[in-house]
Design a binder for this molecule. Structure first.
Ligand code: ZN
Length: 344
């Protein structure tokens, strides 16, 4: 899903997971000039936004989406379509293989600036110019913004001008996991679409197709570890997380033993600690756990201590992308877990 550039193969109906293909088909019937795809991350909002842009620009679109064969589809696939403007934070553009303008790339390579996690206002200004230049190919031009919550107030206001009075056949697709943090004026200009959760069977089948040689039991563990989000589940699949490993985590974490997490990315470790903490809190107040089986979650922990731990984890999550020493973080997090779980 969001783990790399789209491959130029076949129509979108064959390429998108079935739950996204269905949504694409529905969205293609909408006439509005601006769509806002909103919902939790890991459900494929970027892929859906791109498929929509590709279908809008396609020379021979079908009800199911872009043809995947024409010059326009090819230009989208190789990231050179003159009528598609993609607004991404620079960090994400690099990750998803979208070209940055030469000056920015040069500055990042020379370490004069860091790749931004926000959509820069210069990029938002480019939308205004883009809206005014003549079209190079078909009849439509498309602006894709992802994640739309990474527009700061200045960028958002710049974008808003074009969104309010789009020139000609300019269409927008914005995607975000945090629609409530967008400017209300941006939200009100867009037709909202809530991302649909995939049925479990579809998500499992998709996962297994992505990971050759995987079995149903493993796919279930990955999906559960990801809280039902297929793209995130793929991250767990890449770690070859086993059912036994996952089941053993809450008790190990409560004892401050982080050996099972040691080789993981800090963000993955933190995510797992948050899931352990969530389920321990659920069990402590007599509710059902969400990520682990009840039998694997330590019981009788002190809710107050867990709540304080949960807060600390949230604070840590805000800074986890900063390159502190991963080893030191790991030690500190495990010590914190032990303290929280001793308060029983
Ligand atoms: Zn096409």
């Amino acid at each position: 899903m969001t783990d790399g550039p789209a491959k130029p193969v076949g129509p979108d109906a064959d390429r998108l997971p079935p739950w996204l293909a269905r949504q694409l088909q529905n969205l293609l019937e909408q006439r509005g000039h601006a769509l806002l795809l909103a919902g939790p991350s890991g459900l494929g909002q970027y892929d859906l936004a791109l498929a929509l842009a590709r279908a809008w620009l396609c020379e021979r679109p079908t009800a199911a989406g872009a043809c995947g064969q024409c010059t326009s589809c090819h230009a989208v696939d190789v990231r050179t379509h003159a009528d598609l403007l993609v607004l991404l934070p620079e960090q994400l553009a690099l990750e998803l293989d979208w070209p940055l303008d030469e000056r920015t790339r040069d500055k990042i390579e020379k370490k004069e600036i860091k790749a931004s996690k926000w959509i820069r206002v210069e990029a938002a200004r480019a939308v205004v110019d883009f809206g005014q230049t003549t079209r190079s190919r078909g009849t439509t031009k498309v602006v894709l913004v992802y994640p739309a919550d990474r527009l700061n107030i200045e960028s958002a206001n710049t974008l808003l001008k074009t969104l309010e009075e789009p020139a000609g056949n300019l269409r927008f697709v914005l995607a975000t996991e945090s629609a409530q943090s967008l400017l209300p004026t941006i939200r009100s200009r867009c037709q909202a679409h809530a991302l649909a959760w995939p049925p479990e069977a579809e998500a499992l089948a998709w996962l297994r197709a992505q990971v050759p040689g995987s079995d149903d039991a493993s796919a279930r563990v990955w999906l559960r570890a990801a809280g039902g989000r297929p793209a995130d589940a793929l991250g767990w699949a890449q770690l070859r997380l086993s059912a036994a490993q996952w089941a053993g985590l809450p008790k190990a974490v409560a004892a401050g033993d982080g050996a099972a997490l040691a080789g993981w990315l800090p963000a993955q470790q933190l995510d797992t600690l948050q899931k352990c903490c969530h389920d321990m809190m659920a069990v402590a107040v007599g509710a059902a756990p969400r990520f682990f089986d009840a039998a694997h979650v330590p019981k009788g922990l002190a809710p107050m201590a867990l709540q304080a731990w949960s807060k600390d984890l949230m604070t840590a999550a805000r800074t986890v992308e900063h390159p502190f020493s991963a080893g030191l973080l790991h030690e500190a997090w495990m010590a914190r877990a032990r303290v929280a779980c001793q308060g029983a």
